[in-house]
Write a protein that binds this ligand. Structure first.
Ligand SMILES: NC(=O)c1ccc[n+]([C@@H]2O[C@H](COP(=O)([O-])OP(=O)(O)OC[C@H]3O[C@@H](n4cnc5c(N)ncnc54)[C@H](O)[C@@H]3O)[C@@H](O)[C@H]2O)c1
Length: 312
């Protein structure tokens, strides 16, 4: 990784990953791109270009102009928005990935593509969910993520493109808001706890999902792209997790710092249905064995850090 292009750079992950990549590789080496103009931190802290990642020609020109050797492809439509507009999710998620992979094939780039626990469906073993298992998702988001994993493997096997990816769980961060996923509650809960002392959750109290704090998610993306290729048995995509949370459990963690915090429930059947089809706990032993993955934050450390940042 010497010169890097990031698509969808203004989202929840990109707004953390771009500064981390710029710190590690130099400001000028990392070009942030997104379909929309981003705030000054991302668009003025280094090279920035408005770029629709579904535009294969535009992606090709941007990679060539920047002389990028690595693409972090983050542009996508997430699970809850994807259920509102499935055709848009299919179009953006598949067309952009195909555009990036073709450009990578032509110009010899490595590609990081985040997959998701959304690849799993109601027939998948839920606890633990193995690395290699049945994947029959029922959401358009999940369908695009399974197809994306297969397409990335295909470009590696057929054309030798260095494609790598992780299946992220729900990601928790401050800064850029989450982009319309089923695990957004685990971000909103902190904001509402600090602002109002109470939160109305759209998932039921005992709905357990894998989660990760954003600094760990950023480390995972950078670590897998730097991993020794000879050690990789898998590529697209590795299960990674840091903790398993339910709304009740996270509320209890928040009460350690804000004892008066209250949580109530108003279940959204669409997002509850999606969450119920996802794993309770994924097994990330392949990532640990093949590229030494290990998270740094558990629920207590994440909660202390989130609340201290949001309070200030
Ligand atoms: N955040 C999570 O909890 C999570 C979990 C698992 C996987 N992921 C995956 O990680 C990736 C990034 O997720 P995120 O949370 O940052 O998403 P996000 O919704 O916060 O950000 C996506 C970004 O992509 C941009 N975008 C949308 N359409 C585009 C297009 N056609 N061309 C260029 N840019 C476009 C948006 O403007 C936005 O800035 C996605 O592939 C997502 O599926 C995220």
């Amino acid at each position: 990784m010497k010169r890097i292009l990031v698509t969808g750079a203004g989202g929840q992950i990109g707004s953390w990953l771009v500064p981390a990549l710029r710190d590690a590789h130099g400001e000028e080496k990392v070009i942030a791109t997104d379909v929309r103009y981003l705030g000054p931190e991302l668009s003025e802290g280094g090279p920035f270009q408005v770029l629709d990642a579904t535009d294969a020609k535009g992606v090709g020109q941007a990679v060539m102009r920047h002389r990028a050797d690595t693409v972090f492809h983050l542009a996508a439509i997430l699970s809850a928005i994807g259920e509102k507009d499935p055709r848009l999710a299919w179009h953006v998620n598949m067309s952009s990935l195909q555009a990036v992979l073709e450009v990578a094939r032509e110009q010899g780039c490595a590609v990081f593509t985040p997959s998701s626990i959304g690849v799993f469906g109601p027939l998948t073993p839920k606890d633990p969910t193995p690395q290699d298992t049945l994947m029959r998702p029922r959401t358009m988001y999940g369908i695009t993520k399974v197809a994306g994993e297969l397409l990335c493997d295909y470009y590696h096997d057929r054309y030798g493109v260095d494609t790598r990816g992780v299946r992220y769980p729900g990601l928790v961060s401050y800064g850029a808001p989450p982009g319309g996923g089923t695990t957004d509650w685990a971000v909103e809960i902190y904001h509402k706890a600090v602002e109002h002392g109470r939160y109305r959750c759209f998932l039921g109290p005992d709905t357990q999902l894998d989660m990760m704090y954003m600094p760990d998610a950023v480390r995972a993306a950078m670590a897998i792209m730097e991993a020794d290729a000879d050690r990789l048995v898998h590529r697209n995509a590795f299960n990674v997790t840091a903790m398993q949370l339910t709304p009740e459990r996270l509320a209890a963690e928040i009460r350690v710092h804000l004892p008066a915090f209250e949580i109530e429930y108003e279940i959204d059947p669409v997002r509850q249905g999606i969450a119920d089809s996802w794993p309770d706990r994924i097994d990330d032993s392949a990532a640990r064995a093949e590229w030494d993955w290990a998270p740094a934050f558990d629920a207590a450390a994440m909660t202390a850090d989130m609340l201290s940042h949001l309070k200030t």
